[in-house]
Ligand binder design. Structure first.
Ligand code: ADP
Length: 320
């Protein structure tokens, strides 16, 4: 059993990361294990920004978005030299295992780090994109989806009043999950995702026909990986001659107080991660499958691409 571990957040932040840090910390302390917090992702690991945490260090954070440890992208960690320095910094403090909370990239870095140095690592999927292979859920995706839905509700009011076409660009460079679930739940007519080809000419013809039949307004949700909202809006306006407006939510999607689902799920994942790492397990990621917490091989998680549920794609078209 390990007696000293560290926890960090890395890559893009997501609501619920704090709940996960809190759960890792308090679970470890509950079992008499020392816990270190690493600030600013892999930067903090290399720059020795680490501090021992007590229970009160994670007080008053469960309701906050972002991550109180801070997060970052770190180029130096992508080099063997950088990772060796990180390893030395852990060993110097007697830290025997690491919990990394982050997206695809952070988990990939973690996988390489553990293979290279032998340091036990357990990962938790923290990203609003819900794109980590092996898990149906990632920390923060629920809050982000709810933030988008709130925007969609407002956009629908004004779109209806003016008989406009509204194009909403949401996050998701490689994954259409956010666009798909918010499009379905927001009643979008068209959902454009990077996983699926689309024909804008066909869509525009369809739009003109719908308007001719009396449709009051149309909502298009586009994942950033499927095209730029402003370009798509401009093309729709030119091709259809219909009044079209574009909104881009940007980083608002990342922030905000985490939803109940994100807090509870992050807490459950955090407890599992702490128990696993202190018992000496390594190279696993905890996620959810059919509502249950499951462990996923870290190597598999980062070397496979999660697919968008085809059921969503079918349903979106049926309901549009
Ligand atoms: P996210 O975790 O949100 O997907 P990034 O892809 O930007 O974010 O990754 C975060 C950090 O993880 C990077 O800045 C880098 O330090 C580390 N990382 C990502 N990919 C690798 C890799 N192939 N090797 C080592 N470190 C990596």
């Amino acid at each position: 059993m390990l007696n000293s571990i560290a926890v960090m957040t890395s890559g893009g932040d997501s609501p619920g990361m704090n709940a996960a840090i809190r759960a890792v910390t308090r679970t470890a302390l509950h079992h008499g294990v020392k816990v270190w917090g690493i600030r600013g992702g892999y930067h903090g690991l290399l720059d020795e920004e680490m501090f021992e945490m007590k229970s009160k260090d994670v007080s008053d954070i469960i309701q906050r978005g972002g991550t109180f440890l801070g997060t970052a992208r770190c180029k130096r960690f992508a080099t063997t030299e950088g990772r060796m320095l990180g390893y030395k910094n852990l060993i110097d403090r007697g830290i025997q295992g690491l919990v990394v909370i982050g997206g695809d990239g952070s988990l990939r870095g973690a996988s390489i780090f553990s293979q290279e140095t032998g340091i036990p690592i357990v990962g938790l999927p923290g990203t609003i994109d819900n794109d980590v292979w092996g898990s149906e859920y990632t920390i923060g995706c629920d809050t982000a989806a709810n933030t988008i839905i709130d925007a969609i509700n407002k956009l629908r009011d004004t779109a209806s009043a003016h008989r406009r076409i509204i194009v909403l660009e949401v996050m998701g460079r490689n994954s259409g999950w956010l666009a798909m679930v918010t499009g379905i739940s927001g009643g979008a007519e068209y959902i454009l995702v990077p996983e699926e080809e689309y024909d804008l000419d066909e869509i525009c013809d369809d739009m003109k026909e719908s308007y001719a039949k009396g449709k009051r307004y149309i909502l298009v949700v586009v994942a950033e990986g499927a095209g730029r909202g402003y370009e798509i809006g401009k093309a729709i306006s030119e091709k259809t001659g219909l009044d079209t407006r574009v909104s881009k939510l940007g980083h608002i999607q990342r922030g905000g107080s985490p939803s109940v689902i994100d807090r509870v799920n992050a807490s459950r994942l955090g407890e599992n991660a702490a128990l696993a790492i202190i018992s000496g397990l390594s190279d696993i990621v905890f996620g959810f499958n059919r509502g249950h917490v499951v462990s996923i091989n870290l190597h598999d998680a980062v070397n496979n691409k999660k697919k968008l549920n085809p059921e969503f794609m079918r349903l979106a078209k049926v309901l549009a």
